[in-house]
Design a protein around this ligand. Structure first.
Ligand code: GLU
Length: 411
């Protein structure tokens, strides 16, 4: 799975390098991660036993600015997955033109098995292991799967013990600690803007479109809420507990309130139950995979009904599935553009922290709209002028900019 994640990332990079005519040497230089850190995180559990976990931080590239990317707490986290995701961050920050490079981290842990105080201890141990290589101008972590604003608060606090007050060391913080208004919704809102930009370019609108979403965490639930607010009908959602479909459109606020109380959608009565993976092939116009990577494969791609796929997750589509979608004429809005709203508002948060000057939420959302629109313009231009997929266009834009920055800086 995670080996596949790295192979897939490298495959997409190599294809773009070919289109750009990059030499083998330069391709190797751009692909090779700058630094990979692995640390032991041992905690004393509530029952008195000892728990030892492995934490990772991979810094892929910083030619365009400090390393930037999330921290994932998941039992599938390993060297290769984190390395793949760090590379995706390098191209993502470049596609949307924010002045950062790419990094990613994580801890191999099942968070459902730890209490709040164990998670706090674990996060602080991780910071003890990596504080020397992170910082507001070196490497800036953020939330990813199974981490959130509280996790960032613990990192901010633990880092401050070593280096003093430095809110710019992490983004996605609670607003009370220097987080940005609009950051929690940002990835979902970015998915909305990405989809609206594509529909505008292809002569459609969101009104009445039937949307299915895999994943009902931060990205999936915000996407559901924001797409519904623009007149789309959310006909299906899925989380760890299974899939939930309702042709009349699900009541998104009811589902969100249910999850806030029960942790998952298990037992929610607002829709018919289906198998979790069946959500990907359910009848809909727009599919938003917003959970794990590698879920759209050669086995199910042929059965996907959607004409537009918005990659809220990182790496949800394998290269084989991508090829099937291209043949079927499905528009795949690639992860490194579609879910870049999160890191874009992370950039706004970091800029606010550095200036100690805070923005209204309206300004955050408007700036995000502008960034997503500009990035789409560059991507769509490459798609049309080179007759390539949107994914390849995004890689051509992203890799091209990093390549130029790298060449300007010199070896
Ligand atoms: N984890 C998010 C991503 O994959 C956000 C990263 C960030 O804000 O730095 O893009």
């Amino acid at each position: 799975m995670s080996k596949d994640a790295l192979e897939n990332a490298n495959f997409y990079f190599d294809s773009a390098a070919k289109i750009l005519g990059l030499s083998h040497d330069v391709s190797v230089q751009l692909k090779t991660p700058h630094r990979q850190v692995k640390v032991e995180c041992t905690i004393q559990k509530d029952d008195g036993t000892i728990g030892t976990y492995v934490g990772y931080r991979v810094q892929h590239d910083n030619a365009r600015g400090p390393f930037k990317g999330g921290l994932r707490y998941h039992y599938e986290v390993d060297d290769q997955e984190v390395t793949a995701l760090a590379q995706l961050m390098t191209w993502k920050t470049s596609v949307v033109g924010v002045p950062f490079g790419g990094g990613k981290g994580g801890i191999n842990v099942d968070t459902s098995k730890l209490s709040e105080s164990e998670l706090s201890q674990l996060t602080r141990k991780f910071v003890d292991g990596i504080y020397e290589v992170i910082g507001p101008t070196t490497d800036i972590p953020a939330p990813d799967m199974y981490t959130n604003a509280q996790t960032m608060a613990w990192i901010f606090d633990q880092y401050a013990k070593y280096r003093g007050y430095a809110p710019g060391v992490v983004t996605g913080k609670p607003v009370e600690l220097g987080g940005s208004l609009g950051r929690a919704a940002a990835t979902g809102r970015g998915c909305l803007f990405a989809c609206q930009n594509l529909l505008e370019a292809t002569g459609g609108t969101l009104a009445g479109k039937r949307v299915a979403i895999q994943g009902f965490g931060n990205v999936g639930s915000w996407a559901a809420r924001l797409f519904a607010a623009e007149g789309a009908k959310i006909v299906g959602v899925a989380d760890l507990s299974g899939g939930y479909v309702n042709e009349a459109g699900i009541d998104v606020e009811d589902a969100i309130a249910y999850v806030a109380q029960h942790r998952t959608l298990a037992g929610w009565s607002g829709a018919d139950r289906i198998d979790g993976s069946a959500i990907l092939v359910t009848d809909c116009d727009i599919l938003i995979p917003a959970a794990l990577g590698g879920v759209l494969t050669k086995e199910n791609a042929g059965d996907v009904a959607a004409k537009v796929i918005v990659e809220g997750a990182n790496g949800p589509t394998t290269p084989q599935a991508d090829e099937i979608f291209a043949k079927k004429g499905v528009h795949v809005i690639p992860d490194i553009y579609a879910n870049a709203g999160g890191v874009t508002v992370s950039y706004f948060e970091w800029a606010q922290n550095m200036q100690h000057f805070y923005w209204e939420e309206e300004k955050v959302n408007e700036e995000l709209r502008r960034v997503m629109k500009n990035a789409f313009g560059a991507l769509w231009h490459e798609t049309k002028s080179r007759n390539i997929s949107m994914r390849m266009a995004a890689y051509v834009v992203g890799v091209g900019r990093v390549h130029r920055a790298t060449a300007l800086r010199g070896v």
